[in-house]
Design a protein around this ligand. Structure first.
Ligand code: ZN
Length: 209
């Protein structure tokens, strides 16, 4: 697991990457990776809507072309969309040219200026190339919803305990995470409301600051 300090370090050494947004008042930034998924993404959108919350969806290109109506709904409901490659390669284990082609194919399918590398793993050369076109968004709070057997309430407690104003929090709208997410997300949304934190989408013109 890459915890908050590690992700801030990663953001510091990766050109143009951000892991948290400072000076944003009481805003926190929920993000959902690996969708859109026809079962899970609509449920997530309904939850966000019920709590007056906004988020950012880092979508896979191959999922976006399968479910364009979900991509349209995400945007229509006021959320931000970022891209997350075509099919989730690991930048540390993929040749630069192959990786960057995968990034561009994902972008063509999804659109948007924000980019999140799968696993947060991207080589400095790849990051510099990506920076010419996109803003790389990492995170400072990893929910851990993808871990086998993850307990939803424990995940929610972890997120609520570690989130600060400006935090960028990673969840997943994929099948692997849904059992956990079903419990964790409503608890997180309620918990943030109790703390008077506002869940917002990441501004597409965000700067490193
Ligand atoms: Zn991912």
């Amino acid at each position: 697991m890459l915890h908050a300090a590690a992700m801030r370090l990663a953001a510091a050494v990766l050109p143009g990457a951000i892991a948290r947004l400072p000076n944003t008042g009481s805003a926190v930034y929920l993000t959902f990776d690996d969708g859109p998924d026809p079962e899970i993404t609509p449920w997530v959108l309904d939850q966000l809507s019920a709590h007056g919350a906004h988020a950012t969806f880092f979508c896979l290109g191959q999922q976006a072309v399968r479910h364009p109506e979900l991509l349209a709904r995400i945007r229509r409901e006021g959320h931000a969309v970022g891209h997350h490659t075509w099919d989730h390669p690991n930048g540390w284990r993929t040749a630069d040219r192959t990786y960057l082609a995968n990034v561009m194919r994902g972008h063509e399918a999804v659109g948007g200026h924000l980019f999140r590398p799968p696993y947060g793993r991207i080589c400095p050369f790849q990051a510099r190339a990506v920076k010419k076109h996109f803003r790389t968004v990492l995170w400072d709070v990893l929910a851990g919803d993808f871990r086998p057997g993850a307990d939803g309430l424990q995940v929610a407690q972890h997120v609520l305990l570690h989130s600060l104003p400006g935090s960028i929090i990673v969840f997943h709208d994929n099948a692997q995470s849904f059992t956990c997410l079903r419990t964790a997300l409503p608890a997180v949304l309620t918990g943030f409301a109790d703390k008077n934190f506002a869940c917002r989408s990441i501004p597409t013109n965000v700067t490193t600051l």
